[in-house]
Design a protein around this ligand. Structure first.
Ligand code: DP6
Length: 320
């Protein structure tokens, strides 16, 4: 039997934005991330003698996006076989909810699993991370649960802490618009790298922010972690505003939510927002603060969907 793999998207606390080596898809900045429990990509794979096919939510996908992933996979695993992949998401894709991270991570685990033949030992996570990175660099992190790191210039992520590291840690995911984003993160980060005058400053500053965030996480210090997270996404967007043409993912609701977090912080409530390549807002907080944050967001009377979640555990195959 070919096992289904369930993988959660990897939400960056400190962001990867820009490539050091576009050919090998190596990131130019270090990232620190957390998996989102309850958000899932479910995937299984079959070996074929024909071309690779990926079916997402029942729809056959354009093969171009998957070619670097499969050719690297075949090279490192020394096979000429093709793959048929079935995959589905329980959350909107291409909307800034990191679906490519869970998508390529699940595909990497499922393809390794089916090549090795069940029953066998579980796929090597380091290898899965290297293969997933060829699809999406953020996917290198998503093959692990908990808190993860991908260093600049590296082709493999690792788990810094398991999901149990910080039991009170919560992530409030606010979906502002589940529609597909106008520009993929891949295209947006390349445009930023090539045209934004702020890009070099972003690179210079990224390592410092990464160290601040890692120390805060080691000490379970939400305020320091939150400050680094807010600085990271704000500076990432500053590079995008400087691109030519400028890139704008935010919507009025996104700004209302950012302001709401700022107001909450003035009142002593630790609500630390972040955003990715899309209009959705995610908020890091401690469990005891989540109810007041939810009340505050509800009082804004916006058309939004709110989910409170925690760090995801390591991805495992579903039981037969
Ligand atoms: C803003 O990993 O989707 O979510 O490697 O080109 O596929 P590619 O990019 P991708 O970019 C993620 C960007 C981000 C920040 C992050 O997850 O670190």
């Amino acid at each position: 039997m070919n096992r289904w793999w369930s993988v959660s998207p990897s939400l960056a606390i400190v962001k990867y934005w820009g490539k050091l080596d576009p050919e090998r898809n190596l990131p130019a900045t270090p990232s620190l991330a957390v998996g989102l429990d309850g958000f899932k990509t479910r995937t299984r794979a079959f070996l074929t003698d024909g071309e690779d096919l990926v079916c997402l939510n029942g729809e056959l996908q354009n093969p171009g996006r998957f070619e670097p992933f499969f050719s690297y996979f075949r090279k490192v695993r020394g096979t000429t076989r093709g793959f048929r992949v079935e995959t589905e998401n329980n959350f909107p894709e291409s909307a800034g909810l990191a679906s490519s991270s869970s998508g390529f991570a699940a595909m990497s685990l499922a393809c390794l699993d089916c090549l090795e033949g069940f029953p066998q030992r579980d796929p090597d996570r380091s290898l899965a991370s290297r293969i997933a990175l060829r699809g999406s660099a953020s996917a290198a992190r998503a093959v692990f649960g908990g808190f993860t790191v991908l260093y600049a210039g590296k082709n493999e992520a690792f788990q810094l802490y398991p999901s149990t590291w910080w039991p009170e840690f919560r992530i409030i995911v606010v979906t502002v618009d589940p529609g597909k984003k106008p520009l993929s993160s891949r295209k947006a980060m390349e445009l930023t790298r090539k045209t934004s005058p702020f890009y070099t400053s972003w690179l210079k500053d990224a390592t410092l922010l990464f160290h601040e965030a890692s120390t805060a996480l080691a000490n379970r210090n939400m305020e320091s972690l939150g400050r680094a997270a807010v600085a990271s996404y704000s500076r990432m967007f500053a590079t995008m505003f400087g691109a030519n043409p400028p890139i704008h993912y935010w919507q009025p609701e996104s700004i209302a939510l950012i302001r709401s977090c700022q107001e909450l912080r003035k009142r002593g409530v630790g609500a630390w927002e972040t955003m990715d390549a899309g209009p959705q807002v995610k908020v890091f907080c401690i469990e005891k603060d989540s109810a007041v944050i939810l009340d505050e967001f509800s009082s804004l009377n916006l058309e939004i969907e709110i989910t409170v979640t925690k760090p995801s555990a390591d991805p495992i195959p579903e039981r037969e």
